[in-house]
Structure formats: structure tokens, C-alpha cells
Design a protein around this ligand. Structure first.
Ligand code: PXP
Length: 252
């Protein structure tokens, strides 16, 4: 009998930096938010250093690395500049994401099949430096198999299509997308990949997806930072943790 593993909550603090950068000053400080999120029960902190530095800056990554007691997950595009920063910083994990200058957020997963040869040296060098590599992919069998052949130990399933369909009230489409996530999570476990998920999750979708036993980590940002305006960061993290534990069936 397989034992259901607890599910970890990674908090993405990018949009604290978005608000800070709107005024160009020091606050609100994403490192302070990371410390508060950990205090409230986050299992790790995620930050995306984008090529255009629209939210997180290089100095934030260095300060996060120095300041937080829980794992730092650096989201990065597969570029030599980001590879140098990752190798220099030494985060616990690096999640390779596709990045387009014109997008508002990470739209869709990596095309691991087409970009296979480009990704090989990134997975290789990060892994050799002891950084746990994750690939942000669509919930498709081909993408999972390509990730496996690259030797990445972890994949993160892009949940955006499911969350968008739900938010738009397209229930049939949402059910179809959730089915793809369920099948992909099961396949990831079968081929020995650790399975994470994220993008667009809120309390309800996090509760539901936490019911998939193969998914061991969720990375959630925009909703948590937005909800923190109304509830405060601490209460939002506690509520998210509770929703995930309810969905997992591990609520104390
Ligand atoms: N996981 C990855 C790989 C992402 O790129 C993002 C968005 O930066 C997230 C999770 C979090 O998505 P959201 O901000 O919609 O919760």
C-alpha cells in the first residue's frame, strides 16, 4: 500500500516586489514577506528572477538566500545569465520556466520536447552543483517523458489552463483539464519523477488538487499576495495550509 505523502506549500513572493517596484523604494520587502510566510507555515519560498527584473531583483535573491530558513526555489529561464546566477546563489531548487518578454505571467509550460537539446546543459550543470532541478511543463505524457529523459528529478505541472477554465465558468473544459493533471501526476510517479504543481491556484483549487496523492508540492503566488491585502499574509497562509490539508485528508 502506498502512503500518501504530506503536501508542501511553496509561497511565491514575486508580487510583493511588484508592489515595491511600483514606487521604486524599499518596501514592501519581499524578504520580510518570505519570513512572515515561513512563520505562518510555508514550507518554502519561490521567487522568479525574470530577464526584465519586473519584480524580483538580483539583490532580493541574494538576501533571500541569506535570510530564510526554509528551501529557496529559484524560478529561471534557461539562459546563461540565469544559470550563472543560480550557480552563484546555490538555491535549494531551480525551476526552469519558459519566459517571454511580452507575457504578463508564465503562459504555458516549457516545450521540453522541442527544447530538449537546449535544456541538457542547464539540467546537467544545476544538478552537478547540487541544485534540485524542476521543469515547469504542461500536463502531457510527452512532456513528462521528455523531462524524464533529461534527467530532471522534479517536474511542476502548469495548472493555469484548469484554473482559467474554472474562473471563466467553463466547467466541462475545467473537468477535462483536471483530468489531464490527474493522468500526468500518476504518470510522473510511475516514471519516478517528483511531481509539483502551480499557477493560478486559489483556496478551492488548491484544496482539490491536494487530493491527488502524487503531487507533493504546490507553488502559489498571485492569489496569496492578493488575498493578503484583505486577510493579512499570516491568515492567508494559514487558510491555504488548511485548505490543502483538508484536500489531502491530513487535517489534524
Ligand atoms: N509555479 C511557477 C513555475 C510559476 O512560474 C508561477 C508564476 O510565477 C507559479 C508557480 C505561481 O503562480 P501564481 O502566481 O499564479 O500562483
Amino acid at each position: 500500500m502506498t502512503r500518501t505523502l504530506p503536501i508542501r506549500l511553496g509561497i511565491n513572493i514575486d508580487h510583493v516586489a511588484t508592489v515595491r517596484n511600483a514606487r521604486g523604494g524599499q518596501g514592501p520587502d519581499p524578504v520580510r514577506a518570505a519570513l512572515a510566510a515561513i512563520e505562518a507555515g510555508a514550507d518554502g519560498i519561490t521567487a522568479h528572477l525574470r530577464e526584465d527584473r519586473r519584480h524580483i531583483m538580483d539583490d532580493d535573491i541574494a538576501r533571500l538566500r541569506r535570510s530564510i530558513s526554509k528551501p529557496l526555489n529559484l524560478e529561471m529561464a534557461a539562459t546563461t545569465q540565469m544559470l550563472d546566477i543560480a550557480l552563484h546563489t546555490g538555491p535549494h531548487a531551480a525551476c526552469i520556466v519558459p519566459e517571454k518578454r511580452t507575457e504578463r505571467t508564465t503562459e504555458g509550460g516549457l516545450d521540453v520536447v522541442k527544447s530538449h537539446d537546449h535544456l541538457v546543459p542547464f539540467v546537467d550543470q544545476l544538478s552537478r552543483a547540487g541544485i534540485r532541478v524542476s521543469l515547469f511543463i504542461e500536463p502531457s505524457i510527452d512532456a513528462l517523458d521528455a523531462a524524464r529523459s533529461l534527467g530532471a528529478p522534479v517536474i511542476e505541472l502548469h495548472t493555469g489552463a484548469w484554473c482559467h477554465a474554472l474562473a471563466a465558468g467553463h466547467q466541462e473544459q475545467a473537468d477535462h483539464e483536471f483530468g489531464r493533471i490527474r493522468v500526468a501526476a500518476a504518470h510522473a510517479a510511475e516514471i519516478g519523477l517528483e511531481c509539483h504543481a502551480g499557477h493560478g491556484l486559489d483556496f478551492d483549487t488548491a484544496r482539490k488538487i491536494a487530493g491527488l496523492p502524487e503531487i507533493v508540492e504546490l507553488n502559489i503566488g498571485h492569489f496569496i499576495i492578493g488575498e493578503a491585502i484583505f486577510l493579512g499574509l499570516r491568515e492567508t497562509v494559514v487558510k491555504m495550509r488548511q485548505a490543502m490539508d483538508e484536500g489531502r485528508g491530513t487535517l489534524a
